[in-house]
Write a protein that binds this ligand. Structure first.
Ligand SMILES: C[S@@+](CC[C@H](N)C(=O)[O-])C[C@H]1O[C@@H](n2cnc3c(N)ncnc32)[C@H](O)[C@@H]1O
Ligand SMILES: O=C(O)C(=O)C[C@]1(C(=O)O)C=C[C@@H](O)C=C1
Length: 273
């Protein structure tokens, strides 16, 4: 459980957020800076990277940028509790700070499960280790692996989470990853796939993108921040249509994939083996 309290510092744009975590019996308090990475005009916009600067503001950034993020994280815990199989692995691929791993860890009561959390950003994983260490209540072991998710072995899996990660894998490489996930899942296991999506009809695309930008503005981002971050993400984050996702899941072997949440152009799917 994470509870956010806002505190404003009028002197500059450093709105600070006190985050009280219930990770352990004793609540720990962490103070983080609000994401202002794209607030000032940039001379050159470089491709978005999950580096130290992003890590420092990441919980704030993702909460204010992804509609439905908190609901997706808590329901990953619910889904994992239902589908985790005794003696199997639960994978969190592109784990960032481990939010989905923590949600699974706090919900799963199936015996002898463990969680394997993978990311290729050393800065993310350094912070993820600290946050996971605060969770002294749940006992499910979490192994953190610094690797490209395309290189990790996926085996004896009952739950695989790709929470806003596939969109950063080059599209021609996505099917092979899905096939490896399908191959590593046990029968009855699930893949939870959350993505920003695109729409083939321009009217629908404009409708959802417009509302996403309204969501960001309502969360305090300026037009400049929205536009500069959009440029930074352009070459590295490639959203696809829902139809393409369903088709690829089918091609990878999943007989059924279900949309369980959509908020504007952000979705989460569950595919069952
Ligand atoms: C939007 S974040 C994921 C958010 C996270 N799953 C959560 O629920 O909070 C995308 C993450 O994927 C990681 N990533 C991107 N490409 C990757 C790859 N090829 N292999 C491993 N991690 C990758 C990034 O470092 C980043 O931490
Ligand atoms: O599409 C955007 O504008 C976003 O900011 C989305 C998004 C994401 O979906 O991963 C991009 C990068 C950050 O990790 C946080 C959010």
């Amino acid at each position: 459980m994470v509870c956010f309290r806002h505190r404003y510092d009028d002197t500059n744009r450093t709105r600070l957020k006190t985050v009280e975590t219930n990770y352990g019996k004793k609540a720990e308090t962490v103070t983080r800076k609000t994401d202002a990475l794209y607030a000032a005009p940039l001379q050159e916009i470089i491709d978005f990277q999950f580096d130290e600067r992003v890590v420092a503001v990441f919980p704030d950034m993702i909460q204010r940028s992804v509609p439905g993020y908190g609901m997706i994280i808590s329901n990953i815990g619910i889904l994992a509790a239902k589908y985790a199989q005794a003696g199997s692995h639960c994978y969190d691929l592109g784990c960032s700070l481990g939010a989905a791993s923590l949600a699974m860890r706090q919900r799963i009561s199936t015996p002898d499960c463990d969680i394997i959390a993978v990311d290729n950003s050393p800065a993310m994983l350094e912070r993820a280790r600290e946050l996971l260490a605060l969770d002294t209540v749940a006992s499910i072991p979490v192994t953190i692996i610094c690797s490209d998710i395309q290189d990790v072995t996926i085996e004896n899996a009952s739950v695989v989470v790709l929470n806003f990660t596939l969109q950063f894998i080059p599209p021609p490489q996505r099917l092979a990853l899905m096939q490896r996930i399908y191959g590593g899942l046990n029968p009855g296991g699930i893949l939870i796939l959350s993505e920003k999506i695109a729409f083939s009809e321009p009217e629908r695309q404009n409708f959802h993108v417009g509302l996403h930008h309204d969501f960001k503005r309502a969360n305090g981002y300026s037009d400049l921040e929205i536009s500069q971050k959009r440029s930074a993400l352009e070459n590295v984050m490639i959203p696809e249509t829902l139809a393409v996702h369903h088709k690829r899941l089918k091609a990878a072997g999943f007989s059924c994939s279900e949309l369980w949440l959509q908020c504007f152009n952000f979705v989460s799917l569950v595919a069952i083996k």
